[in-house]
Design a protein around this ligand. Structure first.
Ligand SMILES: Nc1ncnc2c1ncn2[C@@H]1O[C@H](COP(=O)(O)OP(=O)(O)OP(=O)(O)O)[C@@H](O)[C@H]1O
Ligand SMILES: [Mg+2]
Length: 238
């Protein structure tokens, strides 16, 4: 049985169909890459799945349960957790405090939530910045903090929106290793990303979106050869 089923999922903003009839089944523990040009609907798809946006039509079934129209908090509480393309931590709070807020959703005791947050912070490699103000972190640190806030909610499915954007290759490599470890620990990942080397290194299957629609879906080696994908996104030089 699929862990996550998207059935005719659509989202319109006025006359614009940002998402048009997406049908997709994602297996438990799958690593699904999602690519496509700017404006293809990738972030909209994650927002609809994570409960920030209500779909215009269609259905989302997670672990056998219809979660369509649920709030973001409720969706996160059953294990569907996203990161944001634009990171928005509480800048005048420390890294630990930011992650502890997320942990506190799972763990009612404040000292235990802080301990849990500290463990998650170590895991994403931010241990030395635990007591730093979040607003002082460089981009790579903010990306790790964004991951830590998501991991603190103990996701079964992690929805990642361009966690590698804005990083130089030396900053990307350790985060790619971290993402691989998270997946190996049993987390299902939906990985929206433009950095193709990372997409190909991590994804077991690849979804290509274009103008809100599914342009291609399959094993990465096949999908990147697809003439429509080359035409719409990758380009001849890829
Ligand atoms: N809140 C909104 N209101 C109106 N239009 C929106 C809204 N959010 C997204 N859109 C539009 O929906 C379309 C899909 O946007 P989306 O952000 O999902 O694209 P994307 O694939 O994530 O692009 P990128 O690679 O640039 O992040 C775009 O045309 C965008 O302008
Ligand atoms: Mg986006």
């Amino acid at each position: 049985m699929s862990l996550l089923v998207l059935d005719g999922l659509s989202k319109s903003f006025g006359g614009l169909a940002a998402l048009g009839n997406v049908n997709l089944e994602i297996a438990d523990r799958e690593y699904l890459g999602i690519i496509g040009p700017n404006g293809a609907g990738k972030t909209t798809l994650l927002s609809v799945l994570a409960g920030q946006l209500r779909p215009t039509s269609g259905k989302i079934v997670f672990d056998g349960q219809d979660i369509t129209g649920w709030s973001a908090d409720r969706v996160a509480s059953v294990g569907l957790v996203r990161t944001f393309q634009l990171m928005r931590p509480f800048e005048s709070m420390t890294v630990l405090e930011n992650v502890a807020i997320a942990s506190h959703n799972k763990i009612r005791s404040i000292p235990k939530a802080r301990d849990h947050a500290a463990d998650v912070i170590d895991r994403v490699g931010l241990g030395t910045y635990k007591d730093a103000m979040s607003g002082t972190l460089p981009t790579a640190g903010l990306k790790r903090l964004e991951l830590a806030r998501a991991l603190a909610l103990e996701p079964r499915v992690l929805l990642l929106d361009e966690v590698l954007a804005g990083l130089v290759p030396t900053e990307r490599a350790p985060i790619i290793d971290l993402l691989r470890e998270i997946h190996q620990d049993g987390v299902t990942v939906l990985f929206v990303e433009h950095i193709m080397a990372a997409v190909l290194a991590l994804s077991e299957r690849l979804l290509v979106m274009h103008e809100g629609q599914q342009l291609a879906l399959g094993v990465p080696a096949d999908v990147i050869q697809d003439a429509a994908v080359v035409d719409a996104y990758l380009g001849e030089d890829y």
